[in-house]
Ligand binder design. Structure first.
Ligand SMILES: Cc1ncc(COP(=O)(O)O)c(C=O)c1O
Length: 947
């Protein structure tokens, strides 16, 4: 009961996510109480008042759900009233089990009361839901009506009577009478797939208690409900802000012909005049589901697999005959099953479309994915976001272009820039040295870089900004604010948001605003809004033209000119990282108003990087992942966030575990200057749901709750050791490590049992540490504290990007930091231009003191931290050497300890510079050199870009 009482206190973000489960918990509590009253539980005294109070608490949420529905709830009431506690407990058990395992979605049984001998026809039960391929997926439809409550039961029955055997899906309706209740149902009823609105309904809920009101408020605040007579289109907008994938139908007495053509009605799937065609509405609802359910490529592939096809092409694995008849690899067939081989093909005929030139079902599948993710167009990529990123770089960039980029971003970007011949302008993210990781790239240094480029008249060349959102460790950018401020300086800057980890966020109303496509939608609305024009006019009057020398611009929010802005945004998602796609399934989502201008280069780039033998299963699962997310992404993502918040709470509040481990909070992962609202933790005492929403809207960075940095340094483990321990002794796989942490990632696949397993393992390990300390005495304690100090306090400073050597810069005098990375990269292909220096060699210290500068010949990427601490052409400074010498990780890409650091020889660099100077003197473009034409105006050393 304490649990129940607690839930009525002011709401935190965690409570929002757990509300759907709190409902189930309350049914479980009611079961305990009724069983006690029936005399089934000894030693637990309960009163009828407790039972009544629990049922009353359940009432507002029950009204928003079709199961158990008014009939079964009324029966519970009746049995309570009659003191039939045994009957009551039986019924409550049936309901709570069905809610717990969702069996009411698959079976007719939970819909019966325990004394229903047989199903009683359409007025009570859904028809048989079916099994296997005959299964009809179940969903619910919200019907919002102005009619009195007394008529709702009759209305539900009328809707049920529309069901036909040939319907592919089955739904129950939930009737409600106000806008507030409809919004609450949208938030909490995971089964909802469609909303039918009869215009003329009321505004305010009479059911919502304070808890629900707190949750509603952020969704209601911008609307003046009293000023509008018909709230149908207002409700549509609110619903779609929460769940854009839901179908909304409007039945209205207004002039539908006129209304249908207005912007106001753009989000309505179909409009009907009054109640004249209920069967049509029913068919339209099923059609809407079909549109989301239909997976054009997967469906075709399934059909293809079932046909008796003779294959005479270069793919022996197709049809599986070489496997199932084999003497030696038959287990391959047994393991994978027949369908995998039947569905293997190299054909782009027979109904199967071509990924390289899609005109049929792949094209349709991509268009649906664009819809689901909020973009204008979408491209499937079967070789991971590593390739998706390279495609975007190559499509958008030409040699010499400047790209502002987080040095800490995924290596595919660095290699993409080498391939494109563009000049990276590296900007460092804020560091978190205590965990040996970088955070994310703040807005201010990006603005600073753009202003410097403007001051040197180089904005024309600055084409692209590349940012990671969210980062590996969960730092989520304020995407809208970042784009606004950059566009104020360069109105046609293109953005590439690497959302490899973050695709799922589209399906959360909380995180969506912080995705690239979520922000594009807001910016499009904003740029078209007259109120924004006024804001801009005021800004312009105060600030005038953007003056790159004005230092105050760094500290104020800049606004772009709505008449000049060109919104050009690209998002790449590793669908396989956060949704149900096979490994390497990735997509590029595009919202670029100038796409027509780069369509041809985009195609070339796609051809460059895409295999002519793309994996059909990956394409099919991209299609399926889209279907799943459009139909149940909201529920799955909500549950994943809830689980993550619970796991964080269990770890940090556990008296033993928290002595050695900690789930790093937003306050620990994001410095205060980037948390303007001071938001500190998802469930911190005193913080409410509204605080979380405010932080999501306003803070420069937010921490994705599903990415948990589990600090293990105080347990005496470094990240790699702890990862190995979890894998070897506990069968737990985790993703990434840092010096003193591992990253625990919760996704749509995790369950409450996974949470319990991890908590139990952490408790076991903590107990083990306690035991060792108790048995080992002082020596053991000292050893642990020395180890902890080494891991937690003696952390090396992270080396920021130094600078490109002058040989790779257009001007050593320039205050901007870009450099010709490709020239350096290819210079290293010539062995005579390279030398090696062992890391421990005193020669390194001598050269650091008195030169000549050491210049990296290649990328050096240690894991962890996983970002390049050296890139080709970068001058190696003392910070980098110190970091390398302290680094105790085994895996360092681009560095072979026995050879040492691979450097570009000073003579080779001098030759390159002489060549450039000569070319400059002769005022002609250098020949037979990797150096770009733009590289020819070099001046002597002394770069302002150095730190
Ligand atoms: C930020 C980021 N972008 C891109 C990638 C590459 O994605 P994929 O594994 O799909 O090739 C990764 C991989 O870890 C990543 O962390």
């Amino acid at each position: 009961m304490a649990e129940v009482a607690q839930r009525s206190e002011p709401k935190k973000l965690s409570d929002f996510f757990s509300l759907a489960d709190a409902r189930v918990d309350r049914w479980r509590s009611l079961l305990r109480v009724t069983r006690s009253l029936a005399g089934d539980i000894k030693g637990f005294d309960a009163s009828p008042q407790q039972a009544a109070a629990l049922l009353a608490e359940l009432a507002p949420l029950e009204e928003l759900c079709a199961y158990p529905g008014p009939r079964l709830v009324a029966l519970v009431h009746e049995r309570m009233k009659n003191g039939d506690w045994a009957g009551c407990a039986r019924l409550v058990q049936r309901i709570s089990v069905a809610l717990l395992d969702n069996s009411y979605r698959d079976s007719v049984e939970p819909w019966r009361s325990d004394d229903d001998a047989e199903p009683r026809g359409v007025d009570i039960l859904p028809p048989t839901l079916g099994r296997g391929s005959a299964r009809k997926p179940y969903f619910e439809v919200l019907v919002v009506v102005p009619a009195p409550r007394s008529s709702w039961q009759e209305l539900s029955t009328a809707w049920r009577r529309l069901r036909r055997d040939e319907d592919a899906y089955l739904y129950e309706v939930v009737v409600t009478g106000t806008l507030e209740d409809a919004v609450l149902a949208t938030l909490f009823n995971y089964n909802l797939q469609a909303i039918v609105i009869y215009d003329g309904f009321g505004a305010h809920s009479s059911n919502a208690d304070q808890v629900l009101r707190d949750i509603l408020e952020p969704y209601m605040s911008k609307v003046d409900l009293e000023s509008r007579a018909d709230l149908g289109t207002t409700l549509e907008r609110m619903v779609h802000r929460i769940r854009p994938e839901l179908d909304v139908f409007l039945l209205t007495d207004r002039d539908v012909g006129k209304l249908a053509g207005t912007d106001e009605a753009a989000g309505i799937r179909r409009m009907f005049y009054g109640v004249e065609e209920l069967l049509e509405v029913h068919l339209a609802i099923l059609d809407g589901i079909d549109d989301r359910y239909h997976t054009p490529y997967f469906d075709t592939l399934k059909k293809y697999a079932q046909r008796p096809i003779g294959t005479y092409h270069a793919l022996p694995i197709a049809r599986g005959k070489s496997i199932f008849k084999s003497n030696w690899i038959r287990d391959m067939g047994e393991f994978y099953g027949t369908n995998l081989f039947l569905a293997e093909s190299s054909a782009t005929t027979g109904g199967l479309d071509s990924l390289l030139e899609p005109t049929g079902n792949i094209k349709v599948a991509q268009d649906k994915a664009a819809r689901a993710l909020g973009g204008d167009r979408c491209f499937f990529v079967t070789n991971g976001t590593s390739t998706a990123n390279k495609i975007v770089h190559q499509a958008l960039l030409t040699p010499g272009d400047i790209v502002l980029i987080d040095r800490d971003c995924h290596k595919s970007h660095h290699y993409g820039l080498v391939l494109a011949g563009a000049q990276p302008y590296y900007i460092d993210a804020f560091p978190l040295p205590q965990y040996s990781m970088y955070g994310s790239l703040a807005i201010k240094p990006i603005k600073q870089a753009l202003l410097r480029l403007k001051a040197e008249d180089k904005l024309d060349k600055a084409k692209l900004l590349v940012l990671t959102n969210c980062t590996f460790d969960g730092h989520v950018a304020n995407v809208k604010q970042t784009m606004l401020e950059c566009l104020a300086i360069k109105p046609d800057l293109i953005f590439l948001w690497d959302e490899a980890w973050f695709g799922f966020a589209r399906f959360s109303p909380f995180l969506r605003r912080r995705t690239a496509m979520g922000a594009v939608a807001e910016l499009r609305e904003m740029m078209a809004d007259p109120a924004y024009r006024q804001r801009y006019a005021q800004f312009k009057a105060e600030v005038g033209d953007i003056d790159p020398e004005d230092p105050t611009l760094l500290d104020r929010n800049l606004l772009p000119d709505p008449d000049k802005v060109r919104l050009r945004v690209y998002e790449t998602d590793s669908v396989h990282k956060s949704m149900s796609a096979l490994r390497q399934g990735s997509i590029i989502v595009v919202a670029d108003q100038e796409f027509h201008r780069i369509e041809a280069p985009f195609k070339e780039a796609f051809f460059t990087h895409t295999s002519t033998s793309p994996n059909l299963q990956i394409i099919a699962t991209l299609d399926l992942a889209r279907r799943q997310m459009e139909l149940e992404g909201y529920e799955l993502v909500n549950r994943a966030i809830q689980l993550a918040i619970e796991l964080r709470r269990e770890i940090n509040n556990h008296p033993l575990i928290s002595k050695y481990f900690r789930a790093a909070t937003p306050a620990e992962m994001i410095p205060g200057e980037y948390r303007q609202t001071r938001y500190a933790d998802y469930g911190a005492p005193g913080t409410t749901f509204k605080d979380a929403i405010k932080a999501l809207d306003e803070d420069e960075f937010f921490l994705d709750p599903t990415r948990i940095t589990l600090l293990c340094g105080r347990a005496g483990y470094d990240g790699s050791q702890f990862k190995a321990l979890l894998a070897s002794d506990y069968d737990i796989q985790i993703n990434k490590t840092s010096r003193n942490s591992v990253l625990v990632q919760i996704n749509i696949n995790n369950t409450r049992s996974d949470l319990a397993h991890l908590v139990k393992v952490l408790a076991d390990i903590s107990r083990g540490i306690e035991r060792r300390l108790a048995e080992g005495g002082d020596a053991e304690r000292q050893a642990l504290s020395a180890r902890v100090k080494n891991l937690v306090e003696d952390v090396p400073d992270l080396p920021d990007f130094s600078w490109f050597h002058d040989a790779f810069r257009d001007s050593a005098e320039s205050a901007t930091a870009e450099g010709h990375i490709r020239d350096a990269y290819y210079m290293a292909y010539d062995a005579d231009s390279c030398e090696f220096l062992k890391l421990a060699s005193p020669e390194i210290d001598r050269r650091l003191d008195s030169g000549p500068e050491m210049v990296s010949a290649n990328f050096v990427i240690p894991y962890p931290p996983g970002f390049p601490i050296m890139v080709p052409g970068q001058v190696i400074n003392r910070e980098t050497i110190t970091f390398m010498r302290k680094l105790d990780v085994k895996e360092i890409h681009g560095f072979v300890a026995s050879l040492g650091l691979k450097l570009l020889k000073p003579e080779a660099l001098a030759r390159l510079q002489e060549g450039a100077a000569k070319a400059e003197a002769e005022r002609k473009v250098p020949v037979a050199s990797h150096k770009a034409a733009s590289h020819s105006h070099k001046v002597p050393a002394g770069s302002h870009a150095r730190k």
